[in-house]
Design a protein around this ligand. Sequence first.
Ligand SMILES: CC(C)(COP(=O)(O)OP(=O)(O)OC[C@H]1O[C@@H](n2cnc3c(N)ncnc32)[C@H](O)[C@@H]1OP(=O)(O)O)[C@@H](O)C(=O)NCCC(=O)NCCS
Length: 343
Amino acid sequence: MAKIKPSKGAPYARILGVGGYRPVRVVPNEVILEKIDSSDEWIRSRSGIETRHWAGPDETVAAMAIEASGKAIADAGITAEQIGAVVVSTVSHFSQTPAVATEIADKLGTDKAAAFDISAGCAGFGYGLTLAKGMVVEGSAEHVLVIGVERLSDLTDLEDRATAFLFGDGAGAVVVGPSQEPAIGPTVWGSEGDKSETIKQTVPWDRFHVGDVTTLPLDSEGNIKFPAITQEGQAVFRWAVFEMAKVAQQALDAAGITPDDLDVFIPHQANVRIIDSMVKTLKLPEHVTVARDIRTTGNTSAASIPLAMERLLATGEAKSGDTALVIGFGAGLVFAATVVTLP
Ligand SMILES: CC(C)(COP(=O)(O)OP(=O)(O)OC[C@H]1O[C@@H](n2cnc3c(N)ncnc32)[C@H](O)[C@@H]1OP(=O)(O)O)[C@@H](O)C(=O)NCCC(=O)NCCS
């Protein structure tokens, strides 16, 4: 048997830079109220959301991702040619093939970087980060660009009062590269496919394509509704509050730290009440900065953690070198949590 040379990577990996892009259009709750029976007060108190961003025609998944990535690459102090792989997490890129990652890798000016998309809902950033860390340490790429990007406004049923107010659009990106010290902890991740019905697309594309008005959901004007994300809000809420606090604690344990050692908590931005409940269950001390970016960004799925990270660093609420717990969870159901050193 021939002897195969082992690949040679860095001792450890770290996040070197972060960037975000929020669409220009800011959408207040008043706009959401045009199509559902609700109130600004209900939306704010039950979800924490005051405004969200919705993408315009030119703010495509690729365009938003390129903007966020350009900032992350500059923040990391590298050039696009140094990126060896591009991992894009999204559920709202409407071409099944090719992956949008290849277009992004090309337009950024990478040197034929490996590029692929992943589908892991609101845990997508943690899934991408875990892959990136593996690539850097294993040696298949020195620098990996991890992007979370969504145009969830395209997949929102504005007549569904359970979801119309929840989702937003945007892109967040990080560059993961070599480190001499551990700066991304062990990932605690997994899936619970027995709960896959709790967050899903209303109608699969093939059924939508057939266009049968007798079986497909219709809007108030009698037109077939475009597929949208639907969820059993209460079931997901309970799962997030009870099960995700345990996963977050497991990630702290796996990293060998306690809540006292934390500087920052960046959970997926799904509902401010879920965030507050996790803070309480984890008994996070007062000094821990908690991301509540949901107030002005809504739920941007895979983009929510890097967008919140970027904002905390930009506003000075968090600083480079801080220790942060990140946890994503959502459709699948899937989850991923880890402790990172902020870039
Ligand atoms: C969606 C969500 C904000 C709804 O909040 P909730 O407190 O669970 O609301 P419920 O569905 O229990 O409804 C409570 C009441 O408000 C009403 N209600 C529901 N939507 C409403 C709306 N948009 N405006 C006003 N009232 C509304 C319901 O009819 C119900 O009224 P009732 O008590 O008279 O029956 C919440 O369930 C949630 O955030 N879920 C998890 C989201 C999540 O993590 N998603 C992850 C995906 S990535």
